[in-house]
Write a protein that binds this ligand. Structure first.
Ligand code: KIV
Ligand code: ZN
Length: 514
């Protein structure tokens, strides 16, 4: 059967990354982009090049490596922004310039201070300007849902005439209800002159928890493209979640009669990667990718599932890349079994990295009887530092107790070969050791988040620490894993420090747009 194909436009690296607490460094963005390509998304929105030199460089780097997906760059309807997108996309196999301008009364009057006619003229000019160097141009009418529908149709027909191949209808503030959103999309489809020459897209925010429902209603009413993010990350309550849209379309193909190019078996590992690099945890009951999405606790459910999984499961965990019948790995497991498991989890590694992680796996297996997928994932994500390390941990010790304060000793190795050792006092072991690190590096970044949890159960479980630090208006994430929670904290803090040092050395530390 030939199903209508829905275009999946992923904006995890732009709208997602723009959200507070979701920042990624350029190496992490490259990693995410490669995995989005493997997932099969049609368009990767890689960033907003005019917002900072760092964003421009990372869009450029992504454009240079992605071959199977189009790479989009966001711009306001301004010459400078479009020129920055042109520079960033120069090496892309399939570049897309994504231009936006607000069309709602409140945005036009208070933000833009422009009339409808001025907005129309600016949008048409911007599309025509971009079209001179990029054939694939998308125009978004920001806050379209709260705009006059007639005006949106007019601006869409004029931008299509100017060369836009996609026109996007965002519910920027997540205000729409599914029924009316679907009706509005139908209206736009029926009243936009020339719409048959372009793709109609939607971009829904989740302020009332309806972003996915609204996107699905739009598809039922003729939308060709949906804009979404992994795990639904994004501004405020987030964007529509890619995994929920894709699996709704797949599981209820009987109702939607459409398909996507997404390789759904990559969904779970993609979700884990985004959660790891942003440090934003996925809620346990999140549809499709939450820890409990396929867990059956109640006895009556377990009984049903054992008799026939369809009693309580509308899709299999395997269909989204969660392998249920996991063979537990232990200290006797060989390289092959280990590599197979890595591949199953979505990681491909070269020989050198395999040797390194395999050695770490053996050390871990000596400490823990069994090593499960979460442990392996943690090893893998910790094994290859996301940026070159300025400082590596050489040695640490802490002394603490209820009657005394804590003292922390740390010895770090700098990339130029020198070793530095400091002892510092603090309010508890972590405070003392972080203070010692600050004294060595000669800076005191603000610790915005410190979170520690066990990856698996049991007292020999690995501890996973997430740290976010702020320095000079920029935020850096770090993650550390160890069976010792103080060591995992040190690793996380150093990872964030190294991201900060690396960005300072690369000279890309310019403030991001708000
Ligand atoms: O939410 C929004 O309106 C946007 C546009 C820039 C597409 O993110
Ligand atoms: Zn948005």
């Amino acid at each position: 059967m030939n199903y209508r194909q829905i275009i999946i436009f992923d904006t995890t690296l732009r709208d997602g990354e723009q959200a507070p607490g979701c920042s990624m460094n350029s190496v992490e963005k490259l990693d995410v982009a490669r995995r989005l390509e493997k997932l099969g998304v049609d368009v990767i929105e890689a960033g907003f090049p005019a917002s900072s030199q760092g964003d421009l460089e990372s869009v450029k780097a992504i454009a240079g490596i992605i071959k199977e997906s189009a790479v989009a760059a966001l711009c306001r309807s301004l010459k400078n922004d479009i020129d920055a997108a042109k520079e960033a996309l120069a090496g892309a196999a399939a570049p897309r310039v994504h231009i936006f301008l607000a069309t709602s009364p409140v945005h036009m009057e208070y933000k833009l201070k422009m009339t409808q006619d001025e907005v129309l003229e600016q949008a048409v000019w911007a599309v025509a300007y971009a079209k001179q160097f990029c054939s694939d141009v998308e125009f978004s009418a920001e806050d379209a849902f709260r705009s006059d529908p007639g005006f949106v149709c007019r601006i869409f027909s004029e931008t299509i005439k100017a060369g836009a191949l996609t026109v996007n209808f965002p519910d920027t503030v997540g205000y729409a209800m599914p029924g009316e959103f679907g009706e509005r999309i139908r209206y736009v489809k029926e009243h936009t002159e020339g719409v048959e020459r372009a793709k109609l897209s939607v971009h829904c925010h989740n302020d009332l928890g309806l972003a996915v429902a609204n996107s699905l209603a739009a598809i039922q009413n003729g939308a060709d493209q949906v804009e979404c993010t992994i795990n639904g990350i994004g501004e405020r309550a987030g964007n529509a979640s890619l995994e929920e849209i894709v699996m709704s379309l797949r599981v209820r193909r009987d109702r939607f009669g459409v398909d996507t190019r997404i390789n759904t078996s990559q969904i779970y590992s993609m979700s884990r990667l985004v959660s790891q690099v942003t440090g934003v945890k996925v809620q346990p009951n999140k549809a499709i990718v939450g820890e409990n999405a396929f867990a059956h606790e109640a006895g009556i459910h377990q009984h049903g599932i054992m008799a026939n999984s369809e009693t309580y499961e509308i899709m299999t965990p395997e269909s989204v890349g969660i392998s249920k019948n996991q063979m537990v790995l232990g200290k006797h497991s060989g390289r092959h079994a280990f590599e197979d498991r890595l591949n199953l989890l979505g990681f491909t590694v070269d020989r050198e990295l395999l040797e390194k992680i395999f050695a770490e796996f053996k050390t871990l297996a000596d400490k823990k009887k069994t090593v499960n997928d979460r442990d392996i994932e943690a090893l893998m994500l910790g094994a290859a530092p996301s940026v070159p390390e300025t400082w590596t941990l050489d040695h640490w010790a802490v002394n603490t107790g209820s009657a005394l304060g804590a003292s922390g000793t740390i010895r770090l190795l700098h990339k130029d070969g020198r070793r530095e050792k400091i002892v510092a006092l603090g309010d508890g072991p972590i405070d003392s050791i972080f203070k010692a690190i600050n004294q060595i590096i000669g800076r005191e970044p603000e610790l915005e988040l410190y979170e520690i949890g066990a990856i698996t159960g049991g007292s020999s479980a690995q501890g996973e620490t997430m740290v976010k630090i702020a320095w000079d208006d920029r935020r850096y994430n770090g993650r550390g894993v160890s069976t010792d929670i103080i060591e995992s904290s040190i690793k996380a803090y150093l990872a964030a420090i190294n991201a900060m040092e690396w960005e300072a050395a690369a000279g890309t530390a310019s403030p991001k747009h708000e």
